[in-house]
Design a binder for this molecule. Sequence first.
Ligand SMILES: [Zn+2]
Length: 391
Amino acid sequence: MKRFTIAMVMIVWFAAIFGLAILNLELTPTVRAQELPVLMVENPQQEGTADWTISDMTFESNYPIGFTFKIKASSSGGAITRARALWYSPLLRPSETRNIQAQEGEFDPETGLWTATWEASAIMMVPPWVELMFHWELKDAAGNSFETEPTIAEYADNTRQWTRSESDAATVFTFDLGPEVKETVLDAIAQQQPQYEAVWGAPLPRKPRVVLFGSLDAWMEWRTVDDNAEESMIIGQTFDQWNAVEQVLFGGDMDAAIRELAYSTVVHEIEHLYQAEYVWSTRDVYDIPSWFMEGDATFFELEQSYDYLGKVQEMAANDVLPPLLVDPADAPRTDGDNARDGYDIGYTFIVWLREQGGVETHHQVMKLLADDVPFFSALEQVTGMSKEEIE
Ligand SMILES: [Zn+2]
C-alpha cells in the first residue's frame, strides 16, 4: 500500500512535467527544470511552417578532454542561421536546473556539418562513463525553429581497456583492477537492493553507474577541477547529477581495499543517490541535518570499519554525546576534526528509528521528507513522540 502511494506521487509529478511540456519548449533552457520537460517529448518540436531534414546526428567522446556533437540539417524556410547543442543529465531533476549546458554550433561549409564541442576545464568536469542526454536547437533565416528529439549518449573512455559488467541493479566499469572487483561490487549492491527499495518504495529510475579506477594516473586525468597543489587529494566522488559513483584504489592491501570499497563505500554512496533522487529533488526546505543523511547512508554499509554503535554507546556512557535535535550548528558534525561523530551518531539514530517500527518507520520518515515536511515534524509524526522525547 505504501509502495503504491509513492508510485502515485511519481506519476503525478511526471504528469505535471508532461503537462508543461509543450508550453515551455520554446523557452531557453535556463528556466526551471520542471518546466523544461525535454525527457517527455516524444517527437521533435517545431515552431513555424518549414520542413526540416535532419541527418548525420552524432556524439563523439574525446575523453578526457570533452566531447563533440555533430549534425547535418536543412530547412525549407532557408539557410540555417543558428544551431546549438544542449546537454544535461538524463535524470534532470528540479534541483538541477543550472546543470543544463549549451554549446554553440559552428558551420563547416565544406562538409555541411554543424559541430558543437564541450571541453573540460578548471571549473567543470564530467566523469567518465556517465550517460548524458542532448538535443539540438536549430533556427533558419525565416525565423522557423526546430528541436531534435533528446538522445542518450555515453561519455566513454576509448583510450583504455575498460571492463563493463551489469546486473539488474547497477552497471560497474573497472580499469586496471582484477576481474573479481566488479563481481564483488555487484554482489554488495544486490545484497542491499531490497533494502533500498523498501526504504524508498522504488529503485532508482536509471541504473547507477559505479566507475572504478586501479590507476591513479588514469584517475587524475579527468579531474580537471581539482587543485592538485593541495595536500589532500580526492580519491572518490559521487555525482548525483550523473547517477554515478567514481572511485580510485591504489597501493596498500588491495584485497582489504576492494572489500571495503564494495561492502562499505559503494553501498553507502548509492544511498546518497537515492537521497538525491527522492528527497533533494523535491524538497524546498533545507533543514535536514547532515548527520541524518550520513547516518542513513552509513546504515546501508554491510561491513563497518569499526563498531559505530559501540563508539556512540561509549560516548553516552561518558556523558559526552552532543545534543541531536538542535540547531545544526550545535548538532554532531560530519566535517572537521570530529567528522566521524556525525556519521556514527546518525547511524545510531537510524538504528533506533528502525527499532520503533522497522523498515516501515524508516520509509515513512523518508516519504515525509520528500513531501517537504519539516525535519523535526517528520520524526515526531512517524514516531508519535515529541522532539524532546526522541532526544
Ligand atoms: Zn556519505
